[in-house]
Design a protein around this ligand. Structure first.
Ligand SMILES: Cc1cc2nc3c(=O)[nH]c(=O)nc-3n(C[C@H](O)[C@H](O)[C@H](O)COP(=O)(O)OP(=O)(O)OC[C@H]3O[C@@H](n4cnc5c(N)ncnc54)[C@H](O)[C@@H]3O)c2cc1C
Length: 456
């Protein structure tokens, strides 16, 4: 992908996707300018962004491997081979994510990852990161981008080829959609989230099982916890903004402690400063963004949350954004026409982004409600048995999304077929062991195998 004289390669946003993209572009020989509205998190203590830690899986790790950072990331990540379900009575049940412990997701600090990517981008000598610079407008036709310094004058950048990596509330998306006469929808979830830190023990150890993603499913709301390197966990409460119970009802004096005691009795004593954290930590919102235009000819393109913010219940937002970078880089062979690269990128990625957006919403119901449902547990056990006993034949949606790089669209459709098979096999049995494997094999061969053969 070539850059003509007088052109400047400009990125809006140095979050996870912007920092990784800068690195990919620099490796292709580009000189890259990045405008980030926040201060430099490597020099000032600011919140890491939308969550303290997150789950990285195969797609995200593959992207990091392409820029030589896979091992460095994993060295600071904690493997989570399954989810630990916390029942109301304190009972624990571990549900493996994959066929064995080699298939796991990893908890990683967002701040660490972002800083590592910024350092690596700068180390190329081709990337200049400018902080406290907010992109305020873009005129793709004129190739002019405007960025404002904190309290300073606005800067006009002419000849800008813009990569919009400015997250869910993207200013670049607004300009791109307008220029193409497209549409953009931002669907806000009725639930919000609040993060709380569950500190390490006095000995600096994890007070819950370290190698698991913990879930307290409670129907309409849930608590989850991901481990951090320092022995702490980051807990996240997902709860409706309004109604009962909701963030609104928890505003009453004493309500938070009572709510945790009632619904998350095992973890409540481990949160001595619960009230203070609850009052001081922000309540975040979650949005699904779908927009019909991702680029303006060869002048601007959107990646990451700017193009396709999704709710976090499949742990794929960042993974998907990192995969965007890999796909764009793969299309950008030397000499490739930029307009064609951007157009092909949109064509390839948009159906996949829509698919993971829908799967993420569906997974919210699975996480908060179904993980405690006996029928769901039976189907999960059958799925696990099929994964183990029919390797290379049976695949689940979760495995395709999390442990493979199959297009999300294929994972979506294959998942439907697979869960239909599992649901049929679950009829009339009380345990996974009772399932007739011959029948299972025949169903898989008739429905799933031909689909995967055609689509992969
Ligand atoms: C609670 C929660 C948990 C999550 N957990 C996971 C998970 O486990 N796994 C996973 O894969 N994903 C997860 N995600 C999703 C993930 O956070 C996002 O997909 C990811 O951060 C997207 O990266 P990004 O760089 O596109 O956007 P962002 O991380 O939002 O970064 C955008 C950057 O642009 C900057 N910016 C914004 N506007 C401007 C402007 N006008 N000018 C200049 N700079 C600007 C911002 O300051 C920011 O630094 C989670 C999200 C949430 C909310």
């Amino acid at each position: 992908m070539s850059t003509r004289g007088g052109e400047r390669t400009v990125l809006a946003g140095a979050g996870l996707v912007g920092s990784l993209l800068a690195l990919f572009l620099a490796r292709r020989g580009k000189t890259v300018e990045v405008f980030e509205r926040r201060p430099d998190m490597r020099r000032e203590a600011i919140s890491a962004g939308r969550s303290i830690n997150l789950a990285i899986s195969v797609r995200g790790l593959h992207a990091l491997e392409q820029v030589g950072l896979g091992k460095d990331a994993l060295a600071h990540a904690i493997a989570m081979p399954g989810r630990m379900i916390h029942a109301r009575d304190g009972g624990l049940a571990f549900q493996a994510y994959g066929k064995d412990d080699s298939q796991c997701i990893h908890s990683i600090s967002r701040g660490f990852l972002n800083q590592m990517l910024m350092d690596a981008a700068e180390a190329t000598g081709r990337v200049r990161l400018s902080f406290r610079r907010r992109v305020t407008s873009l005129d793709p036709e004129a190739r002019v981008l405007t960025a404002e310094a904190d309290g300073g004058p606005a800067e006009r950048i002419e000849g800008a080829i813009v990569f919009g990596t400015d997250g869910a509330g993207s200013a670049v998306r607004k300009a791109v959609v307008e220029a193409r006469g497209g549409t953009s929808t931002e669907q806000l979830l009725a639930h919000g989230y609040k993060e709380l830190t569950l500190p390490a023990s006095a000995e600096g150890r994890w007070r819950l099982e370290r190698n698991a993603l913990h879930i307290w499913p409670r129907g309409d709301f849930m608590l989850i916890a991901l481990p951090n390197e320092d022995g702490s966990f980051t807990c996240t409460l997902f709860l409706a903004f309004r109604g009962s119970p909701s963030f609104e009802t928890l505003e009453a004096p004493g309500a938070v402690r009572g709510f945790f005691r009632e619904h998350f009795g095992d973890v409540e004593p481990m949160l001595p400063d619960l009230e203070a954290q609850f009052a001081n930590n922000p309540t975040g919102s979650m949005v699904t963004v779908k927009c019909s235009a991702w680029h303006v000819d060869d002048r601007a393109v959107l990646l990451g949350d700017a193009a396709h913010a999704i709710v976090p219940f499949f742990g794929q937002g960042m993974n998907c954004g990192f995969e965007d970078c890999v796909v764009l880089d793969g299309l950008a062979a030397p000499g490739a026409r930029r307009e064609e690269v951007f157009a092909r990128f949109e064509q390839l990625r948009k159906p996949n982004a829509d698919a993971i957006a829908d799967m993420a919403v569906e997974n919210f119901v699975e996480m908060r409600a179904s993980t405690a449902d006996p029928r769901f547990l039976l189907e999960k056990a059958i799925e696990k048995r099929l994964l183990a006993e029919l390797p290379g034949e049976f695949v689940s949606r979760y495995a395709l999304v999390t442990f493979s790089r199959a297009p999300y669209r294929v994972a979506y459709d294959a998942g439907r077929i697979a869960s239909g098979i599992v649901s049929e096999l679950a009829e009339g049995v009380r345990s996974a062991a009772e399932v007739d494997l011959g029948r299972a094999r025949a169903l898989v061969a008739a429905r799933l195998t031909p689909f995967l053969r055609e689509r992969l």
